[in-house]
Design a protein around this ligand. Structure first.
Ligand SMILES: [Zn+2]
Length: 374
């Protein structure tokens, strides 16, 4: 407004000047134009200053608003609640203890989606770097053994395509339909022939990483660690596999490990080698070690959370007797306060008062803890 008034007055002065002077009108005009330009410049500077101070004000306002006030407590956020880490093995034609049919795997994804579960990476899970929409629950998807049906490439019309009935094909198709169900899953592979199409191994590994999936360690020979008492052997079985996979995926660190058969060495003093070690000059370090299990994991900020012994649930409907994925989904449907429910703000850890005791404040890092009364 100020600017408009100023411009009008300049125009008026200019008009008076021009009409009042009959002689030297050329010079006068030149002078005046000069003045107008100066004025305009000044106006511009002032205008910018105004804009800046307005921005500063709104910035200040934003800083003054406590981000906690934006958290919708009616969604009953509980970031100390449990998280399911699901364990798959095969996607195949016949449903069995370790096999989901493509139809059932699709059903699993749809069920998870509709019940408000969203995949996060294993690394984000253990680092408590959980960024899912307010009111939703993270879930971690894992596949063991690197079977061909996890990631199969087929030829169609002379072109190589991802088998739409393999796990990767189904996940990608689902993600196309539901983009807010991200491509996050870890494939734990052993030996030199993951996914069983050796000529495509390098391509497949890099494809997965590029899409946002992860590759995890499942040892060199699907080794049963309960039968091993030599620390050098443990380091060989884990370290050699990590080095092999990393040699095929430039810049990628294999830092998660799913125990084959869920087995650990009998001698507990050997446990540190599961986490860290070295083989032939190459070191490895696992930030997560996964069990074979039957119940959901506690939240990564829970005092009981152990990243080196993460509980998993079998994503199966066969021989799981009350402890499979669908059993836990029912438990969480009936007791929603037990599941992790996001507050929508990754910088704040929101926990109902009655869960306060569970929180390990050391694990919060630079995140703010927000306790609320229900
Ligand atoms: Zn296995």
């Amino acid at each position: 407004m100020k600017k408009i008034i100023r411009l009008i007055s300049i125009a008026l002065i200019l008009l008076l000047f021009v009409s009042g002077c009959s002689k030297n009108i050329k010079d006068a005009n030149a002078e005046d134009i000069q003045t107008t330009e100066d004025q305009t410049q000044q106006n511009n500077v002032e205008g910018e200053e105004n804009k800046e101070s307005q921005q500063e004000e709104s910035k200040e306002e934003e800083i003054n608003v406590d981000p906690k006030e934006k958290i919708d407590l009616s969604l009953k956020p509980n970031e100390a609640g449990q998280i399911m880490v699901l364990m798959y093995h095969n996607i195949g034609e016949e449903e069995a203890e370790w096999v989901r049919t493509p139809e059932n795997f699709k059903k699993d994804l749809k069920t998870l989606y509709e019940k408000g579960y969203r995949p996060i990476s294993l690394e984000d899970f253990v680092n408590n770097n959980i960024d899912v929409e307010a009111g939703l629950t993270p879930v971690v998807l894992t596949f063991d053994d690197g079977n061909q049906n996890n990631f199969n490439i087929i030829e169609k019309d002379g072109q190589k395509i991802v088998d739409p009935n393999s796990a990767v094909g189904i996940l990608e198709e689902f993600n196309k339909e539901y983009p807010d169900f991200p491509l996050k899953a870890t494939f734990f592979v052993f030996g030199e022939n993951p996914f069983r199409q050796p000529e495509l191994l390098e391509y497949k590994l890099n494809y997965l990483i590029e899409k946002g999936f992860d590759i995890g360690n499942h040892t060199v020979g699907h080794n049963d660690m309960s039968k091993i008492s030599d620390p050098n052997k443990i380091q060989e079985y884990i370290g050699k596999q990590a080095a092999f996979l990393e040699s095929l995926i430039p810049g990628y660190k294999v830092n998660t490990y799913a125990l084959s058969y869920g087995a650990r060495p009998k001698d507990k003093s050997l446990y540190p080698y599961l986490q860290k070690g070295e083989f032939e000059g190459k070191s490895y370090e696992n930030i997560a070690i996964l069990n074979v299990g039957w119940d959901p994991s506690v939240s990564p900020i829970d005092k009981a959370f152990d990243p080196y012994a993460i509980h998993r649930i079998r994503a199966s409907e066969t021989k799981v007797d009350g402890v499979g994925m669908y059993d836990w989904l029912t438990v969480f449907d009936k007791n929603p306060e037990r599941r992790f429910i996001s507050d929508g703000n990754p910088d704040i850890v929101t926990v109902p008062k009655k869960f306060e005791e569970k929180v390990d404040k050391e694990k919060l890092g630079d995140k703010e803890l927000y306790i609320y009364e229900e």
